[in-house]
Design a protein around this ligand. Structure first.
Ligand SMILES: Cc1ncc(C[n+]2csc(CCOP(=O)(O)OP(=O)(O)O)c2C)c(N)n1
Ligand SMILES: [Mg+2]
Length: 626
């Protein structure tokens, strides 16, 4: 249990977070706050404050110094403040996690030259994952361009705008102070409206420091930036309504774009009797014990999901997914066929399914609400299926590839068994983040925490399940990086999630290779007193590479990692840790205390590295599946 002192501390921080999260208003008016300061950098911070952004992640340096000055001024009065990462890629991963958890734009900043180039991996990851992100990098003063200034990064230097071109939705050098406001507005609009992604501004230090005209923000601009339009294609909704009314065995696929819509989709599933599967990054939106759930389709997925799709349902409705390799089972014909209806607010996603028999463009929440209304108006609102409570554990276990290993109490602990322990020992509101490598495969397949909407009082089990399906916002209990999948992403993302939401414990499941690459960011969690549990799957190997080579019959090369004691590494940073060798070791820990401490904890889990992760989709795409 947390000590009373700690509770006070958490509450104060939490209060500060809530205060900061509410967009500021001028007293007695609806007008946004003006920049408090006189420099261009203050204007940037004022925009962020009006969007409710609390943290800016980055690493300082000379060319970006005025923005840090503005953040110092802002932090002192309770506005947006700086969180300093140890590496700029970590800062971008943090901004990514923060955006996923809060639904706001994630912001990361870096100095020119190496600061900007270090950011790129995290920005590219956010681009591939459709994460709204504002990226600001510095430049030396504009008069010095072409003269060989330190870390010059304009077109006469290493040209960072050119480097960011292919991993941003908007990308521009601000070459004059008068451009700043319009370019900032453009960047924020492009980052936050579908298709979402990073927008990059490269700003010379003298322009950041320079005076700006009109420091009061236009009211309409900030309300436009905060709005999520409820636009839908009414004609297509009518067509889908007819398809749903006629379908005998509809199946739904829930993708990563379904955050705010998941409750409405489940209601629709219930009204139509649809069974549903999720993509790997959609799993976190649903209760894995839901009676109509048949598992994950795609990377790390379940045979039950393949079987359901293979059973030739008469209608397949996919919500909010881009059908990349991981979410389409390597572009499987089981999903990409003429029975498909694709619902999405993102045209780029819709363009990935030319074979679909219907595309429904629009905000997924609004589409589903309209369909529910239409089905009710039909008088067709009686519930077609009668799911009650959770599926029995035996049914849920039967979806797993190797259920016996999920329950095995052997030493060394099996990764399957580790996922069971984490599912049982962490409270239902825990945010799990699984890293690139085997971590993602194990977590996507085997994690199944208790439903956060399950009633505490067992007598409430008699209530219709529909009444308990209360979901809010983009809340997801499991996050993974798709498509780009850089090692160490989860380490920064976990910190960003924890900064964005101090009420929920965060568990980062990562590999020893990823930790050796990016583990230094744990010191940021310590400095910020964030309750993040780092679970390092210590197999002494780049495990996914090792198993991939074995499955493919390739040369066994380059996968070994040194034996490292990650607890001692954490201890050197003042962070407590535990070495875990067996399931018993795990169950002996006081998880409640660990997950509520004001700071990170390290679990160095010496797993059985011989266990083969569920990674068949990857092998199929590489052309090496057996
Ligand atoms: C930055 C980066 N470099 C290389 C890869 C290719 N890769 C994918 S998984 C993996 C091994 C990860 O090892 P570890 O973090 O120890 O996780 P494990 O698979 O052993 O659980 C590698 C090298 C990658 N995804 N990202
Ligand atoms: Mg490893």
């Amino acid at each position: 249990m947390a000590t009373p002192e700690r509770i006070v501390n958490v509450d104060r921080l939490h209060l500060h977070r809530l205060q900061a999260a509410e967009p500021q208003r001028l007293p007695g008016t609806d007008a946004p706050v003006a920049a408090q300061g006189t420099e261009a950098a203050d204007l940037i911070v004022a925009y962020l404050e009006n969007l409710g952004v609390e943290y800016v992640f980055g690493v300082p340096g000379g060319a970006i110094e005025p923005l840090y000055n503005a953040l110092a001024r802002s932090g002192r009065r309770g506005g947006p403040q700086a969180i300093v990462a140890r590496h700029e890629a970590g800062a971008a991963f943090m901004a990514d996690g923060y955006a996923r958890e809060t639904g706001k734009v994630g912001v990361c900043i870096a100095t020119s030259g190496p600061g900007a180039t270090n950011l790129i991996t995290g920005v590219a990851c956010a681009y591939d994952n459709g994460i709204p992100m504002l990226v600001i990098t510095g430049q030396p003063p504009i008069h010095s361009f072409g003269k060989g200034a330190l870390q010059e990064s304009s077109c006469t230097g290493i040209n960072t705008v050119a480097m960011f071109r292919h991993c941003t939705r908007y990308n521009s050098l601000v070459s004059h102070g008068d451009q700043l406001q319009i370019k900032l507005f453009n960047a924020l609009m492009q980052a936050t409206q579908a298709p979402q992604g990073p927008a990059h501004l490269s700003i010379p230090v003298d322009i950041l420091r320079g005076p700006v005209q009109g420091l009061a923000l236009p009211n309409d601009v900030t309300s436009l930036l905060r709005a999520t339009p409820s636009l839908v294609d009414l004609r297509a909704i009518d067509q889908l309504h007819a398809e749903l009314a006629a379908a005998k065995r509809p199946v739904f696929l829930i993708g990563d774009g379904c955050g705010e819509a998941s409750a409405a989709i489940l209601k629709l599933a219930h009204l139509t009797g649809a069974l549903f599967v999720t993509t790997p990054d959609g799993k976190g939106f649903v209760n894995p014990r839901h009676p109509a759930y048949r598992g994950v389709f795609g990377f790390g997925g379940h045979a039950s999901a393949n079987e359901l799709l293979g059973s030739e349902p008469d209608l397949l409705v996919a919500f909010g997914t881009g059908f990349g390799e991981f979410s389409s089972g390597g572009w499987s014909r089981g999903i990409l066929n003429e029975r498909l209806v694709h619902v999405d607010n993102c045209d780029e996603n819709l363009m990935r399914s030319p074979m679909a028999r219907l595309h429904v463009r629009g905000r997924i929440l609004s589409v589903c609400e309209s369909l529910v209304d239409l089905l009710h108006a039909d008088g067709n609102a009686e519930l077609r299926a009668e799911p009650a409570g959770n599926r029995p554990q035996a049914d849920v276990d039967s979806m797993l590839q190797e259920p016996a290993k999920y329950h095995a109490d052997t030493t060394p602990i099996k990764p399957q068994r580790l996922m069971k322990a984490l599912s049982e020992l962490c409270p239902p509101n825990t945010r799990f983040v699984a890293d690139a490598g085997n971590s993602a495969a194990w977590a996507v397949h085997y994690l199944q925490p208790q439903d956060r909407r399950a009633p505490r009082n067992p007598e409430q089990n008699a209530m219709p399940w529909l009444l308990r399906e209360q979901r809010s916002g983009r809340t997801s209990w499991l996050r993974v990086t798709m498509d780009f999948a850089p090692m160490g992403w989860a380490i920064g993302a976990a910190i960003g999630i924890a900064a964005g939401n101090r009420r929920c414990p965060v568990v980062c499941i990562t590999g020893d290779g990823s930790y050796l690459m990016n583990g230094q960011e744990i010191t940021v969690a310590a400095a910020m007193q964030l309750p993040v549990l780092f679970v390092v799957l210590n197999d002494g190997a780049l495990g996914m590479v090792k198993h991939g080579q074995r499955i493919a019959g390739a040369e066994p090369i380059g996968f070994e990692l040194p034996a490292v004691d990650y607890c001692q590494l954490a201890a050197a940073m003042g962070i407590p840790g535990h070495v875990i060798r067996s399931p018993e070791d795990l169950h002996a820990l006081d998880f409640d205390a660990i997950l509520h401490r004001n700071g990170p904890t390290m679990l160095d889990v010496r797993i059985d590295g011989e266990e083969v992760p569920p990674m068949n989709v990857r092998m199929k795409t590489l052309g090496t599946a057996k």
